[in-house]
Ligand binder design. Structure first.
Ligand code: ATP
Length: 315
């Protein structure tokens, strides 16, 4: 029987431009599902062959029939899953992989070091704050009393996001690239001298993401990063068979002692891959042609179609 003509669809946001470009490079037509008013980039950059407009993302189920009719394969990204973190299973996953993870404090009374207080479902780190003890915590939590939060040890170092791709078809792991984020206002506080910071009222750091900056890591870190990716996949197979597949990201902090703390894992394409639409140094070495994570996803789908194994790479 002839294969149906599959199309690649996703929500118009996050990493959709990259996903569509990769899909086009591999010969797929694309469908952007856009919230009213956010269609323009997908038309301007020739990214979407078809645009379906919805009033809100909550209407996504209403257009499922249309997508099925078009043989759409929907790629999930950060706008599908705005929040993934802190669940027990995630920590278990990271710990079973043998990673160092920041300590969690189950009550403010126990805070004995600098902590970061994060809100569940916070988009882009809005409202996060640092606290040094219970008193400081109680003062700063006031405006957010009704929100769910976690209290995590604050690790001083460089937050580094490592992008991986695991092919369940070939059982191979790839490093796709790395990024650091530029966050407002934490990354711009260094532009204000300590003297001025002290006199300014209420200048707490916040972590609202503005964009992503590509990073090439010190080459001697690579063996550890490769091993970490392998560990994540291996543990996922035990914890939740058949395990993780496709793109994922380890969100880490590298300390001056060269320790790597993992504070979160995203089991999907992350926006930090967006600077690499033309490929990263690592994908250039491996492929010798432009290879983004979006394109790598399209290749995986193409290979699965060819091998009649589509079920293995779709949920
Ligand atoms: P999501 O994946 O839900 O968008 P996120 O990737 O934005 O979450 P968060 O855990 O919300 O990640 O953290 C946001 C920012 O806060 C990070 O980019 C980092 O700068 C900082 N941060 C988070 N946890 C720690 C920590 N334990 N120590 C130091 N800095 C941290």
């Amino acid at each position: 029987m002839a294969q149906p003509k599959y199309r690649i669809a996703t929500i118009g946001s996050h990493s959709a431009l990259q996903i569509f470009k990769g899909a086009h490079d591999e010969g797929f037509e694309t469908i952007a599902v856009c919230k009213k008013g956010s269609e323009r980039p997908y038309k301007m950059f020739n990214a979407a062959d078809d645009v379906i407009t919805v009033n809100s993302y909550a209407d996504f189920p209403k257009i499922q029939g249309q997508l099925i009719k078009k043989n759409a394969i929907v790629i999930p990204h950060g706008s599908f899953v705005t929040y993934m973190g802190y669940e027990e299973v995630e920590r278990q996953w990271l710990k079973n992989a043998g990673f160092k993870v920041p300590l969690l404090f189950d009550r403010p009374k126990n805070i004995d070091r600098l902590v970061i207080v994060k809100f569940m479902g916070a988009e882009g780190g809005r409202g996060y704050f640092l606290a040094k003890d219970e008193k400081d915590f109680n003062k700063k939590i006031r405006p957010y009393r009704l929100k769910k939060y976690v209290i995590q040890e604050y690790i001083i170092g460089v937050p580094l996001f490592i992008h991986y791709f695991y092919s369940s078809l070939t059982n191979e792991i790839e490093i796709m690239g790395c990024d650091i984020r530029y966050e407002s206002n934490v990354d711009s506080l260094g532009r204000i001298s300590a003297r001025d910071q002290i006199v300014l009222p209420k200048i707490d750091p916040s972590y609202v993401i503005v964009g992503n900056i590509p990073v090439t890591v010190r080459e001697s870190f690579l063996p550890r990063l490769i091993e970490m990716g392998e560990k994540v996949v291996e543990v996922s197979k035990r914890l939740a068979p058949p395990g993780l597949f496709g793109p994922f990201c380890l969100e880490t902090i590298l300390t001056p002692e060269e320790e790597i703390f993992v504070f979160e894992i995203s089991a999907r394409i992350v926006a930090g891959t967006n600077p690499f639409i033309e490929g990263s140094p690592y994908t250039w070495l491996k492929y010798n042609k432009p290879m983004s994570t979006g394109r790598r996803i399209a290749i995986e789908i193409k290979n699965a179609i060819k091998m009649n194994q589509l079920k293995r790479i779709l949920h």
